[in-house]
Ligand binder design. Structure first.
Ligand code: AMP
Length: 253
């Protein structure tokens, strides 16, 4: 996964770090308030330490924003459940081209950039998102061709299967989502939005190199989809949002 993958699993506040202090202050502590279970289930950021991002820990990828206490990496997306046949096709076609990089196995269609949400906004943001999604009907999107994408920092390049927004619902949904993001002073999605399912990524700006494979990949994909028509469509029944390591699902109407 791409954006989704960048949403790191934050390690939880370490109780151990307090142990020493706790021992010395033991006499002073009279009543320690229990941490609410809703908060215990969250894995928070270690706030005593500056997180040092080591790209070697995640295949050379670099974090696109600073890891700070109270900042939660957030992505709104459609989770795509596809057939094994599509995975097999992706594997075989990419192996045939022997392009250096990583095949992506968990498919999603991003509906936002990777956002940085403040902890105190999470609850109302999730509630707003839920209400918003309930106003949208379930819809269908169609897979059509293969395109190349590069992240904003130009540190990673992706091959993605372009998704056609058949009845314009996706565009409308993005517009409404952008409105919500603006209320939280979060950036809107790309102006020239190109909905896609990333299937492969590699380090650096390799657009020129990967572009050469597109006619072959698209032709091959179309052949595959003609023989496996059920794989051409994604039925969107819900929208997902990942905040930190927690995933929320919002059903469409
Ligand atoms: P994703 O798999 O959704 O994370 O997308 C892979 C990359 O495509 C992201 O890093 C995006 O920044 C990038 N991207 C580049 N141009 C676009 C565009 N027009 N619409 C959507 N994503 C884009």
């Amino acid at each position: 996964m791409a954006g989704l993958d960048l949403i790191k699993t934050y390690s939880s506040d370490s109780e151990d770090e307090h142990d020493e202090k706790k021992k010395s202050n033991k006499d002073k502590i009279v009543n320690r308030l229990a941490i609410p279970t809703s908060i215990l289930s969250w894995e928070g950021v270690i706030y005593h330490e500056e997180m040092i991002d080591d790209p070697l820990n995640h295949d050379g990828r670099k974090r696109s924003f600073k890891h700070e206490r109270g900042n939660w990496a957030t992505l709104i997306y459609i989770n795509c459940i596809t057939s094994d046949c599509l995975h097999t096709w992706i594997n075989s076609v990419l192996n045939e081209l022997s392009i250096q990089g990583n095949i992506i196995f968990n498919f999603h269609i991003s509906l936002s950039r990777t956002l940085v949400l403040k902890f105190h906004w999470i609850e109302s943001f999730v509630e707003d998102l839920k209400l918003l999604c309930h106003k949208f009907n379930k819809f269908v999107i169609q897979l059509t061709d293969v395109k190349v994408y590069c992240n904003e920092e130009k540190t990673r390049t992706f091959l993605g299967i372009y998704c056609q927004d058949k009845d314009g619902t996706l565009k409308h949904l993005t517009k409404v989502l952008d409105g919500l993001l603006a209320e939280y002073q979060l950036p809107s999605f790309y102006k020239d939005t190109s909905y896609h399912i990333s299937i492969f990524w590699c380090l650096g700006d390799q657009r020129a190199h990967l572009q050469k494979f597109l006619p072959f990949l698209t032709c091959n994909l179309n052949k595959f989809l003609a023989e496996n028509t059920e794989d051409s469509f994604i039925y969107v029944n819900e929208i997902q949002c990942k905040i930190g390591n927690k995933c929320y699902m919002f059903e469409l109407r």
